[in-house]
Ligand binder design. Structure first.
Ligand code: S3P
Length: 449
């Protein structure tokens, strides 16, 4: 599969324990929102610790095309001079969001209630993903979408001239859909309400409140109801991006399955809408501790300490935890393959519409590596080998960063190592992955095949 330029075949193998400190990059979800909300504020927003991965850089480029001034200072601090709510200019070029579902869906929402048109595209992975989940609610505001079949990219949104606020119940647990609706509501008179049956990551709610918007969150019998009052003036912010728990997952899980390892991953946000993996690992018997628990910027933060855990047990992962660990199932399946017994993951059909069909991508690669995997439309079971994964094969990454990294971590504990056909997508979310894992003692190579 192509889409990121030249594929980079990579492999990993077991060379001994992983030890030391892993300083993972900034949170991807918060980085996208920092740029986007900064672009909708009036004045200068500064962002420290931004994830400088391809996904976020594509969002920065997009915001420039909509008229905001987005620049990186020599000190690594980003500055965004926003155009204000409703102030987007019509882009004179197609907006290419690369690999990023978050980027394209949030930007479509943000421009849909401004009377401009914009055409969006992405790479081969993004152009396969469903966009009707966003364009359907945007149509209720009065925006029109013209795309390919099943609402896929490339597509053009013509923003509403006289937008009306909506009450919308999200049909699937999705922070991207929730956020797109809220962002559309910003440039609408009156109150926009989003109701989600299951709580998904709440960065949009928290950050818009920080930018001065009136956002009210209530638990109701139907679920979490979020009420946003339209037409606020967003005030520029000074943002420090916390480190990404979804990136921390990789060195943490590697340490649990590589014999003799002891790794510290400092300053990781434990926002309850994001931290499900860490509790699941503890339930499996992982030697994973939260040190120096504290609160920063209103969020729980801790240093994660992960040590080799030879007695991991398969568990039934509670389906109600799925939204809080939705990006972590691929790496969880790697830990499950090394545990004793079966790990059962249910209520996870959203995994089929991520950067790849993540159940299928992991199942195929794990089976080739000697692991038994059963699957259905919204569930999968991984049969643990008790630390005896054979490996020794090439897994396809399907343009999906988390699939590529998961198989490279698997290779660090597998008897014959593992390879991936293309590690280039790793740059979308974790550009320092190879160096960081190498500094802990891992052996990852770029191969000429
Ligand atoms: C994200 C929401 C999730 C997640 C993605 C980031 C966000 O997607 O998988 O990596 O920043 O809002 P869905 O909204 O599709 O669940």
């Amino acid at each position: 599969m192509s889409g990121h330029g030249t594929p980079i075949p990579m492999s990993s193998r077991c060379v001994g324990p992983l030890k030391g400190q892993a300083d993972v990059p900034g949170d991807k979800s918060i980085s996208h929102r920092s740029i986007l909300f900064g672009a909708m504020a009036v004045g200068e927003t500064t962002v420290t610790g931004l994830l400088e991965g391809d996904d976020v850089l594509d969002t920065a480029k997009a915001m420039r095309a909509f008229g905001a001034d987005v620049a990186r200072g020599d000190d690594g601090v980003w500055s965004i001079h926003g155009v204000g709510v409703g102030g987007f200019a019509e882009p004179d070029q197609v907006i290419d969001c690369g690999n990023s579902g978050t980027g394209v869906r949030l930007i479509m929402g943000a421009m849909a209630t401004t009377p401009i048109a914009a055409t969006f595209t992405g790479d081969a992975s993004l152009n396969k993903r469903p966009m009707g989940r966003v364009t359907d609610p945007l149509a209720l505001f009065g925006a029109q979408a013209y795309g390919r079949s099943q609402g896929r990219l490339p597509l053009t949104i013509v923003g509403a001239k006289a937008p009306v606020p909506v009450v919308y119940r999200t049909p699937m647990p999705s922070a991207q859909v929730k956020s797109a609706v809220m962002l559309a509501g910003l440039n609408c008179p009156g109150q926009t309400v989003v109701i989600e049956a299951e709580a998904t990551r709440d960065h949009t709610e928290r950050m818009l409140q920080g930018f001065g918007a009136d956002v009210m969150v209530e638990d109701t019998p139907e679920g979490r109801a979020i009420t946003l009052t339209g037409e606020p003036e967003l005030k520029p912010q000074t943002i420090i991006v916390p480190r990404d728990p979804s990136s921390a997952a990789f060195p943490v899980c590697a340490a649990l399955i590589v014999e003799g390892s002891d790794v510290l991953v400092p300053n990781i946000g434990l926002n309850p809408t994001r931290a499900g993996l860490f509790y699941t690992l503890q339930d499996m018997g992982a030697d994973l501790t939260f040190e120096n628990m504290r609160e920063e910027g209103g969020e729980p933060v801790a240093d994660l300490r992960a040590r080799y855990s030879p007695n991991l047990k398969g568990i039934d992962v509670p389906p109600e935890r799925a939204a809080s660990m939705i990006d972590e199932y691929p790496i969880l399946s790697v830990v499950a393959a090394n545990a004793e017994g079966i790990t059962k993951m249910h209520g996870v059909k959203e995994l089929r519409v991520k950067e790849s069909d993540r159940i299928d991508a992991m199942a195929v690669g794990l089976r080739a590596a000697g692991v038994t995997v059963d699957e259905g439309e919204d569930w999968w079971h991984v049969h643990g080998t008790g630390g005896a994964v054979t490996g020794g094969c090439v897994a396809e990454s399907h343009l999906d960063h988390r699939i590529a990294m998961s198989f490279l971590i698997l290779g660090m504990a597998a008897k014959n190592g593992m390879a991936v056909d293309d590690g280039s997508p790793i740059a979308t979310s974790f550009p320092i992955f190879e160096g960081l894992m190498g500094a802990l003692g891992a052996h990852i190579t770029r191969d000429n095949r």
